[in-house]
Design a protein around this ligand. Sequence first.
Ligand code: FE2
Ligand code: FE2
Length: 141
Amino acid sequence: MHYKVDFSEPIPKMIERLKHEHRDFESRLLQIEESSRTNSKQAIGMLKDLGKSILRHAIEEEARIMRVIMQKAKDHSEQSIKVMQEHKQIIEFLDKTISQLKTFSQEESAKKIKKFVEDSIKHFSEEEQIVFPLALKADSM
Ligand SMILES: [Fe+2]
Ligand SMILES: [Fe+2]
């Protein structure tokens, strides 16, 4: 994976952008969940497309948000590290599970998509409650 991370964007501005991306991801994920109930093939296609944006977003978080936390607020980083570790499951789903979905029944595939959607939305909320406020604090130190 090769993504260019913009290191010139100020952290507060970046966090606002990441929050907007969360809202966009959430609405698209909910649409995907809905279409997975009737049309797995379409839902899988939409998920593959959205997956690229989610991956790039996660890479940016690790490269910039976690970096400022580890540099300036390491003593308070424990919970944020746990939230960032959820990227592993997200990436695993996007890298592997998606391509296996078509081998499952519609019901089974919809169930897996529903879990991914719920886990992702919970992850975004944890970032906004725990990780982003700490990164903002660290950045201002
Ligand atoms: Fe994330
Ligand atoms: Fe995020």
